[in-house]
Design a protein around this ligand. Sequence first.
Ligand code: FES
Length: 138
Amino acid sequence: MERKDFLKKSLALCGLSMIPAAIIESCSKQSYAGPGNVNFTLDLTSSANAALNSVGGYILNSSGVIVIRTGASTYVALSTICTHQGCTVNYNKAGAQLVCPCHGGVYDTAGNVVSGPPPSPLTKYTITRSGNILTIKS
Ligand code: FES
C-alpha cells in the first residue's frame, strides 16, 4: 500500500470513529411496530375460523395479525411483524412460540421476547369475545 492510500484509508476510519455513539445506538434500537387501526371480527362458528376451535389453533389475518387460541377460553392477538427489522414471524404451534426466520428472534404467545435480537415485544391487540364473535382491535 502506498503512503497516499494509507493516509486516505486512515482518515476515512478516523471520520467513521467520530460518528456519535448515540446515533449508532439509536439506529440499532429501532423497533418495528405492528399494524395500527386494527379492527376486525372472527365468527367462531364459521368454517373459515375452525382452527380456533382447538387450543393452539390460529388464524392469520391479511392485515398482519395472528389470533391464537391459548387456552380453553383464552385467545391472544399479536402482530406478525418482528420488532427487530420487520420480518414476518411464523407461529410454531408445537413450541407455542413465534419465530422470526430472519435472525432467529423468538417470542412467546404473549408476544414477549424469549431470545434473539428483537428489542421489544410484538404489538399486542385487545381481543374480546361476545358469544361466538371475537373482536380484535388496536
Ligand atoms: S427481523 Fe426478526 S430477528 Fe431480525
